[in-house]
Design a protein around this ligand. Structure first.
Ligand SMILES: Nc1nc2c(ncn2[C@@H]2O[C@H](COP(=O)(O)OP(=O)(O)OP(=O)(O)O)[C@@H](O)[C@H]2O)c(=O)[nH]1
Ligand SMILES: [Mg+2]
Length: 253
């Protein structure tokens, strides 16, 4: 069994990707299980046979403790630790070859607090990886692209797991925009130039510092353009997952 956590900023397309990519993987003959780890999800457009909302929902937590939506999600995520063994047993009972896990909207909870790592460790001892979504609609702006690289580096270093970066909702970008982002990913100097053209001196200095830190951490990002609407990039994402987890073989033999 292998576990791939889908992580990205709010609205970056995690839930849609979980739905469409697991459906697509099934068509390739892979034995894949979709898991919902977002206690705040309202609509889950995939058969989530394992769903944290069977135990905890943000709505209940808000009501019971008189919290707003953000406080409710923080508290609900903290509470997940108490039921993590139950989720782990449920996942094991399906015994899939690949588990794709949809994570909460406010990824900072999952990314910048210990709770995300504890949940990942509590769920399974099997090999794990992260699919990190760069939201294409924001990545047209080079500074946002650098910010995303920074968040992705922070996540990779916190989880100490392999991280596959993808450019989600890539169908919303033109060919020229996709090519430009690809050039930025290949040449940091071009990215820095683009940032310099778009932003104030202060933002430029901050972005340069961030890029230096990213470099020092030894991180490199070439996000794979992916679309849950057109299935663009699914073959490449599948190849990368297979390379990371099973040496380029199929998950289900
Ligand atoms: N065009 C396009 N839209 C997409 C794609 N993926 C998601 N969307 C849209 O983007 C919005 C957010 O998608 P979700 O999958 O709910 O994003 P999420 O990251 O799960 O959102 P939260 O859980 O609320 O953080 C929805 O309106 C989706 O229809 C895509 O590949 N292409
Ligand atoms: Mg979602």
């Amino acid at each position: 069994m292998n576990l791939a956590f889908i992580i990205g900023t709010a609205g970056s397309g995690k839930t849609e990707l979980t739905a469409s990519f697991t459906r697509w993987l099934e068509l390739q003959g892979e034995d894949v299980l979709a898991v919902n780890l977002d206690p705040g999800a309202i609509i889950v457009p995939y058969p989530a046979n394992v769903d944290v909302r069977d135990y905890i929902t943000v709505e209940e937590v808000m009501e019971r403790y008189g919290l707003g939506p953000n406080g409710g999600l923080v508290y609900a995520c903290d509470m997940m630790i108490e039921i993590i063994n139950k989720l782990a047993r449920e996942i094991e009972s399906f015994d899939p070859d690949l588990v794709v896990l949809d994570t909460p909207g406010q990824m900072e909870l999952f990314a910048f607090r210990d709770i995300g790592v504890k949940i990942a460790e509590g769920l399974s001892d099997e090999p794990k990886g992260i699919i990190y979504l760069f939201d294409a609609t924001y990545c047209r702006n080079p500074l946002n692209y650098v910010m995303n690289m920074f968040i992705a580096s922070a996540i990779a270093n916190r989880f100490l797991l392999p991280l596959i970066p993808i450019l989600s909702k890539a169908d919303l970008l033109s060919e020229a925009e996709l090519e430009e982002i690809q050039r930025w990913s290949e040449d940091p100097a071009l990215l820095q130039d683009a940032v310099g053209r778009e932003v104030s001196e202060m933002d430029r200095v901050i972005s340069q510092d961030m890029m230096e830190i990213i470099n020092r951490l030894g991180m490199e990002f070439s996000p794979i353009p992916v679309s849950s609407k057109t299935y663009m990039g699914f073959t490449e994402l599948y190849a990368e997952l297979s390379r990371v987890f099973v040496e380029g073989e199929r998950f289900t033999q």
